[in-house]
Design a binder for this molecule. Structure first.
Ligand code: NAD
Length: 224
């Protein structure tokens, strides 16, 4: 919604296309175009179909936001291979597949922005989240390597590492855990989607043209 208010045409992509369609309708109220497409970021064919549909509709893609992410928490001794694979597939392979799929069009135009949403857990680690931490730290390495690979074509690649954000992912945490987390956040509150959106919007903008390969923390000061 933030990007729509700022005048961007948007492709909204997720597994639940009906939910995307609802957001697309709200996005269009800002006078911009929006396309809802079905996308499973861990499925190469689905990624290919979604990017083809987006380019058919808009001709080019100026930016990609890799936002899909899941957690399957467990202490390592009890961590199942399926839970390791699922998190790596969505949170890391998804970033690889989607970035690769949009890159050709960006390289041709010698411009583009890729922003991946990683996590403070990829910087600090967290007990019970070895799979998630590995995937998100992987996003940081991927970001820096790709940034170097495509910098000569004026394409920037950055990551945003949120701390604890009030969202579906954290809403079900026990009140006690939230309280404990809050005490570790220098700014004294959980973040909001708005806090993250502002930084993503900046990284997509011309003002961030000279920033690439960065991991920007948006975490109330937890990691400094
Ligand atoms: N909430 C937090 O505290 C927090 C902190 C740091 C990082 N993050 C990261 O922010 C991003 C957004 O998470 P959120 O907090 O909004 O959680 P969320 O669960 O509300 O959103 C994650 C979205 O990813 C989608 N998704 C999952 N697997 C997918 C797949 N295979 N293909 C397409 N879409 C898929 C889900 O349907 C969901 O809409 C994630 O990458 C998450 O790891 C969240």
């Amino acid at each position: 919604m933030r990007l729509a208010r700022e005048g961007s045409n948007l492709v909204l992509a997720a597994r639940n296309v009906d939910a995307c369609e609802e957001v697309a309708a709200a996005v269009r109220e800002n006078g911009v175009r929006a396309l809802a497409v079905e996308l499973d970021v861990g499925d190469p064919d689905s990624v290919k179909r979604a990017v083809t549909a987006a380019i058919d509709e808009f001709g080019t893609l100026d930016g990609l936001i890799n936002n899909a992410g899941i957690t399957r928490d467990s202490l390592l001794l009890r961590l199942k291979e399926d839970d390791w694979d699922a998190v790596l597939r969505t949170d890391l392979s998804g970033v690889f597949l989607c970035s690769r799929a949009v890159l050709r069009s960006m390289l041709r135009r010698r411009q583009g922005r890729i922003v991946s949403i990683s996590s403070i857990v990829g910087l600090l680690g967290n007990p019970g989240q070895t799979n998630y931490a590995a995937a998100k730290a992987g996003v940081h390495g991927f970001t820096k390597a790709l940034a170097r690979e495509v910098a000569s074509r004026a394409i920037t690649v950055n990551a945003v590492a949120p701390g604890y954000i009030d969202s579906d992912m954290t809403r079900d945490l026990p009140e006690e855990t939230k309280q404990r987390l809050q005490e570790q956040i220098p700014l004294g509150r959980l973040g909001t989607g708005k806090d993250v959106a502002g930084v993503v919007s900046f990284l997509l903008s011309d003002d961030a043209a000279y920033m690439t390969g960065q991991v920007i923390s948006v975490d109330g000061g937890m990691h400094m």
